[in-house]
Write a new protein. Structure first.
Length: 87
C-alpha cells in the first residue's frame, strides 16, 4: 500500500497524460463548440477563450507555450514617504 500521494502516482504530483483522461481546451484552427451552450463564437485572450453567449471559459491548448505560460512576475517597489499622490 502506498504511504504518500507521490508513491501512489509513481513519484509525480501531476498524473501522466494517458492517465488523466480527456481535458476540454480551446484548439486553434478547429471548430470549437462550447460545452455549455454548443455555439461556436469565442473571445480569445492570452490564456483563456470565453464563449460569447454563455461565458464558459476554456484554457487555450497552446497557452503554456506562449510567452512563458502562466508565470506571473510581481515587482515590489519601495514606497517613499515624500511622494505626493493625487487625489
Amino acid at each position: 500500500m502506498a504511504t504518500s500521494i507521490l508513491e501512489a502516482r509513481g513519484g509525480c504530483i501531476i498524473p501522466q497524460a494517458d492517465q488523466r483522461g480527456y481535458h476540454i481546451v480551446y484548439r486553434e484552427h478547429e471548430t470549437n463548440y462550447c460545452p455549455g451552450c454548443g455555439r461556436t463564437h469565442w473571445y480569445i485572450g492570452r490564456s483563456m477563450a470565453e464563449c460569447a453567449f454563455c461565458t464558459t471559459a476554456l484554457p487555450l491548448e497552446n497557452a503554456p507555450m506562449i510567452a512563458g505560460g502562466a508565470i506571473v512576475r510581481t515587482i515590489r517597489r519601495p514606497m517613499f514617504p515624500d511622494q505626493a499622490y493625487a487625489a
